[in-house]
Design a protein around this ligand. Structure first.
Ligand code: SF4
Length: 169
C-alpha cells in the first residue's frame, strides 16, 4: 500500500455483534495501532468501506444465506490472512439449532410471510466454505486473545494462544 500501513477489515455474517463489540472494547489498543494500521472496512465502527486487498480480515458470524456463502468467498480472495471470531464463525452459533429441525417449519411458525425469507437449511461455520488461517473460539471471544491474534498477524507471526482456550468440561 502507498501509505505503508497494513490494511485491516472486519466483516459480519449471521451473529449478534458481540465479538465485534469485544474488538471495539479494545479502543485504547486500537488507537495505539492506528498509526500502523488502516481500518479499511468495519461497518460497526466506521462508514469507511474500502475494497481489498486486505492484510488481515476478521470475520464474525456463520453462513446462513446463499448470498453470504458467495460473500465469504470474495472476502477470502481479498484477504492475505483470514481469522474467524467466536462460536458463530467457528461452529455455526446458536442459529445452528435450526440444523436439528426443518428450517421451513421454523420460518412458517415465526414469520407472517415466510415466503419472503430466503435462508439456507443449515447455519455453517466459515471453515466449511473457505480456508481459514485461525479460529478464535468463545462466546464472546476473549479480549486479550483477540489483541494477541490481531497483533500477531499484523506482525507476520503466529499467535500465542493455548490450543484449548475455552473450557469444554
Ligand atoms: Fe455473539 Fe457469541 Fe456469536 Fe460472538 S460468538 S457473535 S458473542 S453469539
Amino acid at each position: 500500500m502507498a501509505s505503508g500501513r497494513k490494511r485491516l477489515a472486519v466483516f459480519k455474517f449471521a451473529s449478534c455483534d458481540g465479538c465485534q463489540l469485544t474488538l471495539l472494547d479494545c479502543e485504547d489498543e486500537l488507537l495505539a495501532l492506528a498509526g500502523t494500521v488502516e481500518i479499511a472496512h468495519f461497518t460497526e465502527a466506521t462508514r469507511t468501506s474500502l475494497p481489498g486487498p486486505y492484510d488481515l480480515a476478521l470475520v464474525e458470524g456463520s453462513i446462513t444465506t446463499a448470498e453470504d456463502a458467495e460473500r465469504i468467498r470474495r472476502v477470502r480472495a481479498d484477504s492475505r490472512f483470514l481469522v474467524v471470531l467466536g462460536a458463530c464463525a467457528t461452529a455455526g452459533g446458536i442459529q445452528a439449532l435450526r440444523d436439528f429441525g426443518d428450517v421451513r417449519e421454523f420460518t412458517e411458525a415465526v414469520y407472517a410471510r415466510p415466503e419472503y425469507i430466503s435462508t439456507l437449511e443449515r447455519s455453517t461455520p466459515i471453515a466449511d466454505h473457505v480456508p481459514v488461517d485461525f479460529e478464535l473460539r468463545g462466546c464472546p471471544i476473549d479480549r486479550g486473545q483477540l489483541l494477541e491474534v490481531v497483533t500477531a498477524y499484523l506482525a507476520g507471526r503466529k499467535p500465542r494462544i493455548p490450543d484449548r482456550s475455552v473450557c469444554f468440561e
